[in-house]
Design a protein around this ligand. Sequence first.
Ligand code: GLN
Length: 190
Amino acid sequence: MKVGVLGLQGDVSEHLEALEKLGAKGAWVKDLASLAEAEALIIPGGESTTIGRLLEESWLFEMVQQRAKGGMPIFGTCAGLILLAKEAGEQARQTGQRLLGLMDMEVDRNAFGRQRESFEQPIEINGLGQFPGVFIRAPAIRKVFGKCEALAQLDGRIIAARQGKLLATAFHPELTGDLRLHRYFLEQVY
Ligand code: GLN
C-alpha cells in the first residue's frame, strides 16, 4: 500500500521513516499527481495556517476533502489534527483559517499555553495502552460530537480521536520511535 505524507510544510521525513520501518511504502505528497497515487494520507505537524494555505495554493484542499469523503484513510498529527476538525474556535474564526472540516470535533489551537509549550508525558490511549506523548505547541480537542470518538485524554482534555477512517492526535508519535500508532493506522483504521 502506498501512504502519502503531505509534504508542504512540517515534519514529513519522520513520518516517512515510520512508514518504512513498518514495511509500508511512503510517498511525499505535494501536488495533485502525487495525491492521486496515494491510498492513504498523513497530515503532519507544522503550522496549520501555513499548511492550509499551501493546500489551497497547490489545489489540494478540495481534492483531499473529496478523497476523504470517498473513504481515503487520513492520519493527522498536531497541525494535521487542527486541519481535520470542523471547528477551531475563536482564534480560527478571527484569522479566517480554513479547515478541511472532516472530523466531528472542535479543537483549541495551542491549548496547553505558554508554560507547557513543549513537553513529554506518558499518556494512555484506548486500546493501545501507555504511549510516549510528545507535545509541541499542541492543540487539544475541546469536544467531539456526531461520529467522532475520543481515544485519549490529558488533564481533562481530549488529545486523540478517531472517526471511521480518520485518526487524529494532538501529539507527535513520529518523533518517538514508537511505531504503534502508525501501525494502528495501517492495520485498524485503513
Ligand atoms: N500550534 C500549531 C498550529 O496551530 C500546531 C503545532 C504543531 O503541529 N506542532 O498549527
